[in-house]
Design a protein around this ligand. Structure first.
Ligand code: NAP
Length: 232
């Protein structure tokens, strides 16, 4: 379905991003998957090779402007222009409230969850316009749409919601599509990483919820990408 497409997936080392990379790679796309460390990037390349997926892992800290520019340059030289950007990398600082949150984490949450998807989009938009094709997929959250007692995380994801809505309007009349996927709770290591301890994790509550799987989200992304061009 995605033969000949070049896809950049941020945060492809684990969780939702990894599932998206494998699903889109399995559908024939070439995938550039990012991780924050060289080891993580090498692991992505190994997984792709095992699964006969075209592409590779590349190190990228999405908050680093120079790394963004050099990644775009390297990918352009080695693979060509990127057709599809999946802004997936994200963190859950303050997921269970602002109480006790180290203030330095507030800026980091905004940098990773808000500024970086916007910067990556801006870095690729001219080339997508030149190619007269492109698709930007932002992984938002239900926390960006509804009150979930998660003020910082909710603020970052609601910013992504209006970024996506406005970008779709800005690009009206071009062949570039914008999709926002807003998952509920997905079974990844996200909440453990965000809370850092079992007690706080437990307090967030799991009772009675059958969590989404990362593959459920990847399937939704694949649907959006493979829908006919007029479906935006
Ligand atoms: P996860 O398992 O914790 O994975 C997070 C990914 O983001 C990792 O690949 C990580 O890379 C990457 N990342 C973190 N900081 C980064 C940085 N500074 N630069 C580049 N990459 C960075 O989380 P997940 O559950 O898959 O979440 C993925 C996305 O879905 C996030 O945007 C999250 O907000 C959203 N979401 C999650 C849920 C949920 O319930 N899990 C629900 C709704 C929305 P490393 O491995 O290299 O650190």
């Amino acid at each position: 379905m995605l033969d000949g497409k070049l896809v950049l997936v941020t945060g492809a080392s684990r969780g939702i991003g990894k599932a998206i990379a494998l699903t889109l790679g399995g559908a024939g796309a070439t995938i550039i998957g990012t991780a924050t460390t060289e080891v993580g990037a090498d692991n992505i390349s190994k997984v792709f090779a095992d699964k006969k997926i075209s592409g590779k892992g590349i190190k990228l800290n999405v908050t680093n402007n120079e790394q963004i520019s050099s990644l775009v340059k390297i990918v352009n030289e080695d693979f060509g222009p990127i057709d599809i950007l999946i802004n997936n990398a994200g963190i859950g600082h303050g997921i269970d409230g602002l109480d006790g949150l180290d203030v330095s984490l507030i800026q980091e949450a905004i940098d990773i969850n808000v500024s970086s998807p916007i910067k990556l989009t801006a870095a690729l938009l001219d080339s997508m316009k030149e190619q007269a094709r492109g698709h930007i997929v932002n992984i938002g959250s239900v926390a960006g749409l509804h009150t979930l007692y998660s003020s910082l995380y909710g603020a970052t994801k609601s910013a992504i919601h209006l970024f996506s809505q406005n970008l779709r309007a800005e690009l009206h009349g071009t062949p570039i599509r914008v999709t926002e996927i807003c998952p509920g709770r997905v079974s990844t290591g996200f909440f453990q990483a965000a809370t850092g301890n079992e007690e706080r994790l437990k307090a967030l509550g799991h009772s009675g919820i059958k969590e989404l799987t990362p593959t459920d989200i990847a399937d939704a992304v694949l649907y959006a990408l493979s829908a006919p061009a007029h479906v935006n």
